[in-house]
Design a protein around this ligand. Structure first.
Ligand code: AMP
Length: 402
């Protein structure tokens, strides 16, 4: 029976999962999948290592499907597919590790209670992440539960990069720039260390540009700055999130428009960004296909904010040896990348636009002072690697990303 590490990203109405077999000390991915419609009409879909797809509705003849029932379906499916599956560790994506967690942690009752105390810092995600841990504990009682935090990679920021210009008591009670997407940045930096060790030791900026988007400055392997702050709203505009906003706008919405906290939350998280600006879609492909001026404006705004933040992070780093683009937009959107990276020769970025159009791994000219790379991120694999490492299994992050 295969020893398996499962990764789980539990949200309010969905659970994304990945299953890895430990094969001679390395992680081999067996499947990637999702159960969506939790709380209502739940559907299971998965893609196996050989790309074979499967999908079915979960039986919900009696009651609505909850997180535990969804994970039971994952367990049953894995056991059937693998002729028995021994899940030895479950790695969880947990959005918030509070001010102190700078590494993943094995979860026990006391740790779970502490992670619960961070719920007010991330009310839209943390409660569901923790529901995933409890459900996994019920379904896989013998497996170690490991919490991997989106904030951990940024936790050694200097005070100045972490604070707001508020009275100190707010910082002390946890109102700080936490930064997110840490698992993606950590994965990218590990790949860089393996493939480009000299660059990895230098000044690196990573742009994680997907439906969620942020940028991170990394010096000698350590995060020194992030565009995201107290919540995952700050910084770049995103698919549906607003990015940087004058807090005075929120006061205006409260005072003049009489909007409640829930209404403002909805506006800023779900109906702003590319979707809100364009009035068309949160998806770059739809905006590129559109002839509407609002679609062009949304893309132009996105590009302009990425460039502006790149400048800020470089100032923080004191130079730039390497820029990595990742995430769905960073990895695929040739024209958006071109718009972000053009006319930056004065800045030390010389782009080979033909290489960019071909989606090559290195898209800067030979001899460009800053090397620009496109790397595919894999947060699930990072979680699986952390889980395996905490269980003292061998170095599991293989050089070739399967
Ligand atoms: P992610 O959240 O990292 O999966 O990124 C999702 C986003 O990447 C989508 O919403 C699209 O906007 C963008 N994307 C993915 N593929 C392409 C593509 N071929 N061209 C342009 N944008 C893309």
């Amino acid at each position: 029976m295969a020893d398996i590490i499962l990764t789980i990203n539990a949200g309010s109405s969905s659970i994304k999962f990945a299953a890895y077999e430990i094969d001679q000390g390395k992680l081999a991915r067996l499947a990637l999948g999702e159960i969506d419609g939790i709380g209502g009409k739940a559907h299971f879909s998965a893609r196996k290592g050989n790309d074979e797809k499967t999908g079915f509705d979960l039986d919900q003849s009696h009651i609505a499907v909850d997180h535990r029932m969804a994970l039971t379906a994952v367990m049953d499916w894995l056991e059937k597919e693998q002729n028995g599956a021994n899940v030895i560790g479950v790695g969880h994506r947990v959005v918030h590790g509070g001010p102190d967690y700078c590494e993943p942690v094995l979860v026990d009752t006391a740790i779970l209670a502490q992670l619960r105390s961070f719920e007010p810092l991330a009310p839209l995600h943390q409660p569901y992440n923790l529901a995933g841990i409890e459900a996994a504990h019920d379904c896989f009682p013998k497996a170690a539960q490991v919490a991997c935090f989106d904030t951990a990679f940024h936790r050694r920021h200097p005070f100045i990069a972490d604070t707001y210009a508020l009275p100190r008591e707010y910082y002390d009670e946890g109102v700080r720039r936490y930064g997110f997407h840490g698992l993606s940045y950590e994965f990218i930096h590990r790949i860089l260390r393996h493939e480009e060790p000299v660059l990895a030791r230098g000044k690196v900026a990573v742009a994680h540009l997907g439906n969620g988007a942020s940028m991170c400055a990394i010096n000698s392997g350590k995060s020194v700055g992030s565009t995201m702050g107290f919540t995952a709203l700050d910084g770049l505009p995103m698919g549906t999130r607003c990015g940087q906003l004058d807090p005075g706008v929120v006061l205006y919405l409260m005072r003049e428009k009489k909007m409640s906290a829930d209404e403002i939350t909805d506006l800023l998280y779900k109906n702003s960004g590319l979707k809100g600006m364009s009035g068309i879609s949160n998806d770059v492909r739809d905006l590129e296909a559109s002839t509407e001026q609002s679609a062009k404006d949304a893309l132009d705004y996105f590009v302009s904010r990425v460039r502006r933040n790149l400048g800020g992070l470089c100032a923080e780093l004191g130079g730039l040896d390497c820029l990595v683009l990742t995430g769905g937009i960073g990895e695929n959107a040739v024209n958006v990348r071109k718009a972000i990276l053009q006319n930056l020769e004065w800045f030390g970025i010389q782009i080979d636009f033909a290489a960019n159009a071909r989606n090559e791994r290195i898209i800067s000219e030979k001899g460009s002072p800053t090397v620009v790379l496109i790397l595919k991120t894999d947060e699930e694999r990072m979680i699986a690697a952390h889980t395996a490492e905490l269980l003292n299994l061998k170095e599991p992050l293989v050089p070739a990303i399967a």
